[in-house]
Design a protein around this ligand. Structure first.
Ligand SMILES: O=P(O)(O)O[C@@H]1C[C@H](O)[C@@H](CO)O1
Ligand SMILES: Nc1nc2[nH]cnc2c(=O)[nH]1
Length: 295
């Protein structure tokens, strides 16, 4: 049996037909029956950013493999734990590791946790990710608030909302011009200013991976106004917003996207993890303050 196997669920199912309301409710009830806390804030830790999970106090830790119908994490830098506890006395649910389409999961499966959060009563989802910096004024280690996305996979049958639509999750035709909430970005800017941590804001683009981009792809994205590139987050933001939850998304610029055909530089995952580890503590401090502010 493959380690990717998830009981009953076809991990390659392109449409969300596999993820009925009852099935998602079953997962959410399984979790709620094991904890007293009722978090209103969910946090997803991106590549190398799982250290935030270790800051959660009074933590109940559920390895993904224990949760019924939940996918497994297979990527270095993604531990694969769902953690429920408190950050600065505020109840939170934290994913120490996310799911990517390059792991062999459909986007419908990658975004299943957003629907679980919705049924658990979560109101705000804070997504973090590692990304390559395309904006030439960005430096490795910069923290960028995502204000919008360009996600070609979501233009295809890999859109996680394709399939049956259950209005208890959200509308058939969701608007996408206000996915990343401005009021939450404003709060986050205020916190960063107080802590004197420089913050960028920009457009994130995500691809399925696992390969990084070609020079020409990156140049085209630059022309479209993209500031950073990754392999996740846009799908989760879409589904969280569709489910009526507020979204704040943060990309850590872990490497420079190479837009020079003759450059000897190239992106690699160890650099991504190393930068994430180096900048983890600033990001954690910002997130912990943010959680207290919006609760
Ligand atoms: O899970 P995120 O989006 O933070 O991780 C990015 C995308 C790939 O998983 C990995 C590539 O280095 O980093
Ligand atoms: N697609 C993509 N994902 C990343 N994740 C971290 N860095 C990068 C990058 O340069 N490109």
């Amino acid at each position: 049996m493959s380690s990717l196997f998830v009981s009953h669920i076809n991990i390659n199912a392109i449409t969300n037909n596999e993820f009925t309301y009852d099935r998602v409710k079953n997962i959410s009830d399984w979790i709620l029956n094991r904890v007293d806390l009722r978090p209103k804030i969910a946090i997803v830790c991106g590549s190398g950013l799982g250290g935030l999970g270790e800051r959660v106090q009074d933590a109940r830790i559920f390895p993904y493999e224990e949760i019924p119908d939940f996918p497994r994490s297979t990527v270095v830098g993604h531990k694969g734990n769902l953690i429920i506890g408190k950050l600065n006395h505020i109840p939170v649910i934290c994913m120490q590791g996310r799911f990517h389409s390059y792991e062999g999961y459909s986007n419908a499966l990658c975004t299943l946790p957003m629907k679980v959060f919705k049924l658990m009563g979560v109101q705000t989802v804070l997504l973090t990710c590692a990304a390559g910096g395309l904006n030439q004024s960005f430096k490795v280690g910069d923290i960028m608030l995502i204000k919008d996305h360009v996600a070609p996979l979501l233009w295809t049958l890999q859109n996680p909302l394709i399939g049956h639509n259950d209005e208890r999750f959200g509308p058939r035709f969701p608007a996408c011009n206000k996915i990343y909430k401005k009021n939450l970005r404003d709060v986050f800017h205020g916190i960063a200013e107080k802590k004197q941590i420089e913050l960028q804001e920009g457009v994130y683009s995500s691809f399925g991976g696992p390969c990084y981009e070609t020079v020409t792809e990156l140049r085209a994205l630059l022309q479209m106004g993209v500031d950073a590139v990754g392999m996740s987050t846009a799908n989760e933001a879409l589904v969280a917003s569709y489910c009526g939850m507020n979204v704040l998304a943060i990309a850590l610029i872990t490497n420079k996207a190479v837009i020079d055909y003759d450059s000897e530089n190239f992106p690699f995952h160890e650099e991504v993890i190393e930068t994430a580890n180096r900048r983890a503590s600033d990001l954690q401090e910002l997130v912990i303050d943010f959680v207290s502010k919006i609760n």
